[in-house]
Design a protein. Structure first.
Length: 740
């Protein structure tokens, strides 16, 4: 009985698993990630599981997209096996005595891949049936297409290794290898003695053979031949990624995001295998040194690859970023001039409104949209469609200003562009449901492909925009996806909106982006808005207002600030950390900007400043303000009564709570500011909130913060607008806008 246990423990598959876990744990990490994503244990809050459970190609989930995912999985599987073979083969010399050493190793090393791929297939079927709402038969077809892609790669590899196979039973040149250079000879001939049984290529258990009588130089030469075959396959994957990066503007190369992830794993596994194979015990310190060198060189001129905002001039003189420069911009003279321009635009808007509705004092509608990824964009856009339909266009006519952050700006910017087109062409196309579909399309494919083919190395590929060369990175890849999904309608500079805003044809829009250097914020608009740079007028000399916001167009006047690509401005507003790179701007010192939601996730601050600056005009020419807010989180959440942190939790808790409660803290600040606004406008302020009750007591689901929505998630977002509290908000707003 004791001997049987001992023999079972010494089977080759189990020994390989133990060796991976003990000697090469990094090689197990990709499989752990694949299993975690498949089971939605990892990244569910950000919608990451969908990239390997529901891949899209050319905008659709199809057998072709799953076959491509399978091909990528097959390539990763083969590369993982080959790297494992590189690192293990010399440890198990009995392999060289088998007829097909590589095939035998692959079979015995298949426990982990089979387990992970099996779970992946089950989760694909479940996700397609339950989340994408497709029929079970079609879900099975997708799983079959995925497996077909894997087997296609495996068959090609079998053919390749059959043609290139060398073992002890075939004659081939050993070159200059001798006993002194043989790694195995130096290590001794007792390696692999802990393995007694292995699976043959026919799937049968067989006892290992004693190879002590073989020429170990010849064994090592056999393994070396296989190692060069492994390097060839790695080279093929690298070449493919380079080609994909060079042609990433072509839709053909927008492979599914999940496939890009698996190819990225292939690259990382290859790099790990390369360093470990050639450096052995020195692998870890060498990698650390190389990372430090790379970090140092990345700061040097010509190698630094910070992400750029298209449309800005990065080659000429840089804007001075200093307190004196900011204070000069926020002077009383500039404040007065920009307020006067703002009131001129307000008068134009009022004339436009009265030309349609007569000589009345209208209610002013201000729209704010919260961040939250694609769900926020879809929720905001569809909410505006409903409001426009219920009011027969009156909500759009009453809307004076729009602001927000991140995903909410996807919806607001697309809605405003469609509104402009309708007013110029005297049409009413903006209420069509097909535009909602535009905003819910996948934006991860091009982003992930760029990460795999470009960002993993260095952003070496470039693009030309308005005569300026820029490195292509995942941020610009997102811009291209968003541009394609919105039919190219937003492909214009920010300045193109100057005249429509000035004439009052469309609402003004205030974009913002958080400055990482010092916590200030840039406000973007095609007109000078230097009066928004402080919380109050500079004429209040007794009050020391900090210049905490910057008019982007005025600050970068000599760098083309108002000619920035509008989609780049949206990206700067929605540069979620790590998902997108921080955008570097042409200032001295260089300023880096990121997602506006870090400071103001609802775009309330610029709205408050705008309303205070134009308070007298609003009192005189309107009958009040209606603040309409689209939110993706519920206010008044219940307090957790089971809060009992462990010792380790208490160490990291202060930092974790700051991040997890960021939106709630902004809500507290927002309520305080709006309370002051209510007093300033003599209680003539109404506040209506439309809420996506995500993950609350009113909702059994939690739609992730993602750049892709499954069919079920999209359905849930749209259904949230029929929630009784939101329906009350629709009717209340319509009643407020009725002619009195």
């Amino acid at each position: 009985m004791q001997r049987n246990r001992f023999d079972i423990f010494r089977v080759f598959p189990l020994q390989l698993f133990i060796s991976h876990a003990v000697n090469f744990p990094l090689l197990l990490l990709p499989w752990i990630v694949i299993i975690g994503l498949s089971t939605s244990y990892f990244g569910n809050h950000f919608g990451l599981p969908s990239i390997i459970l529901s891949p899209e190609y050319f905008g659709t989930v199809s057998p072709l997209s799953f076959a491509m995912l399978g091909i990528a999985m097959g390539l990763f599987l083969v590369l993982w096996q080959m790297v494992s073979y590189l690192l293990h083969s010399n440890m198990y010399p009995f392999l060289a005595a088998t007829r097909w050493p590589v095939a035998v190793f692959f079979l015995n090393n298949a426990t982990i891949p089979l387990f992970a791929i099996g779970i992946h297939c089950l989760c694909i079927y479940s996700f397609q049936s339950n989340a994408e709402l497709i029929e079970n038969q079609f879900a099975l077809l997708l799983v079959f297409a995925y497996l077909t892609g894997i087997f296609a790669v495996l068959i090609l590899c079998v053919v390749y290794f059959t043609l290139s196979n060398r073992d002890l039973y075939k004659d081939f040149e050993i070159n200059s290898l001798d006993e002194s250079t043989s790694l195995l000879a130096r290590r001794g001939r007792s390696l692999g003695s802990n393995v007694k049984y292995y699976l043959t290529r026919r799937g049968r258990w067989q006892r290992t053979r004693d190879v002590s009588h073989y020429n170990f130089v010849r064994i090592h030469a056999t393994f070396l031949n296989h190692h060069w075959s492994a390097f060839f396959i790695q080279l093929v994957v690298f070449i493919f990624l380079m080609v994909a990066g060079a042609f990433n503007e072509k839709a053909f190369y927008d492979i599914p995001a999940g496939a890009s992830l698996l190819l990225s794993f292939s690259v990382l596994v290859s790099i790990i295998g390369f360093f470990t194979y050639w450096t052995r015990r020195w692998a870890f310190p060498i990698v650390i040194v190389l990372l430090l060198l790379f970090d140092w060189f990345s700061k040097t001129e010509g190698i630094n690859t910070n992400s750029h905002a298209l449309g800005l001039d990065y080659n000429g003189p840089k804007a001075e970023y200093s307190l004196s420069a900011l204070d000069s911009m926020a002077s009383e003279e500039h404040w007065v001039a920009d307020v006067a321009l703002g009131e001129e635009m307000l008068n134009n808007w009022l004339e436009t409104y009265q030309s349609y509705h007569g000589e009345v004092k209208p209610k002013v509608v201000i729209i704010s949209a919260a961040g939250g990824g694609m769900k926020s964009g879809v929720f905001t856009f569809r909410g505006l469609q409903i409001l426009d339909s219920l009011s027969n266009g009156k909500v759009s006519d009453h809307t004076l200003l729009m602001s927000g952050a991140s995903g909410g700006m996807y919806g607001l910017s697309y809605w405003r562009e469609l509104l402009l087109r309708d007013r110029l062409n005297n049409t009413r196309e903006r209420v069509k449901e097909e535009y909602v579909d535009d905003l819910s399309k996948d934006m991860l494919n091009k982003w992930a492909a760029t990460v795999a083919s470009n960002d993993l190395f260095l952003p070496w590929n470039t693009t030309i925009y308005q005569g300026q060369k820029h490195a292509i990175d995942r941020g610009i890849a997102f811009e291209e996806s968003f541009n394609e999904n919105t039919r190219g309608y937003l492909e214009k500079p920010l300045s193109d909106y100057a005249e429509p805003e000035y004439q009052g044809i469309i609402p003004r829009m205030l974009l913002s982006t958080h400055i990482m250097n010092d916590g200030r914020v840039f406000y973007l608009n095609p007109h000078p808005i230097r009066y928004l740079m402080r919380s109050g007028s500079p004429s209040d000399s007794t009050l020391d207002y900090e210049t905490d916001a910057i008019d982007f167009g005025s600050f970068f006047a000599n760098q083309g600030g108002r000619n920035i690509r509008f989609i780049s401005a949206i990206r700067m507003n929605a540069s979620f950390p790590n998902l997108f790179p921080a955008v570097a701007l042409p200032s001295k010192p260089e300023t880096l900007v990121m997602d506006a939601g870090v400071r103001d996730n609802h775009g309330i601050e610029p709205i408050i400043r705008f309303l205070y600056a134009h308070k007298e005009w609003i009192h005189k020419n309107t009958s009040g303000i209606v603040l309409v807010q689209f939110r993706t989180t519920l206010k008044h959440n219940t307090i957790d009564d089971t809060f009992l942190p462990s010792f380790l939790t208490q160490i990291i808790q202060p930092f974790g709570n700051i991040v997890s409660n960021l939106t709630q803290q902004q809500d507290y600040k927002q309520d305080y500011m709006i309370a002051g606004l209510q007093e300033a406008f003599r209680d003539n302020l109404d506040w209506i909130q439309f809420v996506l009750p995500n993950g609350s007591e009113y909702s059994e689901y939690d739609v992730p913060l993602s750049l892709r929505l499954s069919q079920l998630e999209k359905k849930r977002v749209l259904n949230a607008l029929t929630w009784k509290e939101n329906e009350k908000g629709f009717h209340r707003l319509i009643d407020l806008l009725k002619d009195k």
